[in-house]
Write a protein that binds this ligand. Structure first.
Ligand SMILES: [Zn+2]
Ligand SMILES: [Zn+2]
Length: 252
């Protein structure tokens, strides 16, 4: 699997960090996890074709994880060189059907294409892993919004886990058990924590308990985004710590 962190930022507008978006290439398919503001242009900046999307997954419905689905699908209909015919899969946690229906009520006239759009509402607990091209998908509840879930992809080279937004979560620790790489939110410093989000010590605790081999920190608010961050996480975690930047690409 080839993974690109397209957006590593938050609700705070910053030139250096777009809002949340992760693109995974596996088995010839392009999977997108979250589509915050700036994600579509961020894909271009990272050398990725936004229209190559085969499957879109959302961790939760906050705007900094969802809004760029509007320009992406609008662009697929009116801004692409070729008319799309292959299906697009769009998935998110319960009550995703209601969320998607609301988006379509407002923008559907321009977003819905002639190609099949397959909408999946995921129950919070994953009933069974789903086989995709080149990887196996599973998920688990996260502690952020009532609908929040985190995702895991297993492939031959190991497992990749993306937490989305969360605070300390036993179910996400379980999901990340033995993962090769854990892409984990790290929003605020330890001296100014905010409910629903992680601080460096919380990241270290989750990474250590899960036994993940490496953490990549994302969803960085300005207050935590400094040179001390890696050492802060390293106080409680022995594995490799990487701070994401927009366009960071790695393999699992
Ligand atoms: Zn967020
Ligand atoms: Zn959020």
């Amino acid at each position: 699997m080839e993974i690109t962190v397209v957006g590593s930022g938050t609700v705070v507008p910053r030139l250096q960090r777009r809002q949340s978006c992760v693109v995974v290439r596996a088995g010839g398919e392009t999977l997108i996890f979250d589509l915050g503001a700036g994600a579509v242009r961020g894909m271009l900046r990272a050398g990725l074709d936004p229209f190559a999307a085969d499957r879109i997954f959302f961790t939760h419905f906050h705007p900094d994880h969802t809004v760029d689905v509007v320009p992406l699908l609008f662009g697929m209909n009116y801004g692409a060189d070729e008319v799309r015919s292959r299906p697009l899969h769009v998935a998110g946690p319960e009550p995703f059907a209601r969320f998607w229906g609301s988006v379509m009520d407002v923008w559907g006239e321009w977003m819905a294409g002639d190609y099949p759009t397959l909408v999946s509402e995921l129950p919070h607990e994953c009933p069974a892993p789903v086989d995709l091209a080149g990887c196996r998908l599973s998920w688990a509840p996260a502690e952020h919004r009532p609908e929040s879930i985190a995702y895991r992809l297993d492939a031959d080279g190991g497992a990749f886990v993306y937490t989305g937004d969360t605070e300390y979560s036993e179910s996400v620790v379980g999901l990340a058990r033995g993962a090769h790489t854990l892409l984990i939110e790290c929003s605020f410093p330890d001296d100014t924590p905010v409910p629903g989000h992680l601080t460096p010590s919380g990241v270290a605790r989750m990474a250590t308990e899960s036994g993940a081999g490496r953490v990549v920190l994302t969803h960085l608010y300005p207050a935590v985004d400094n040179d001390l961050l890696v050492s802060e996480v390293g106080k409680g975690y022995d594995g490799e710590v990487v701070v994401a930047e927009d366009g960071l690409r790695f393999a699992v």
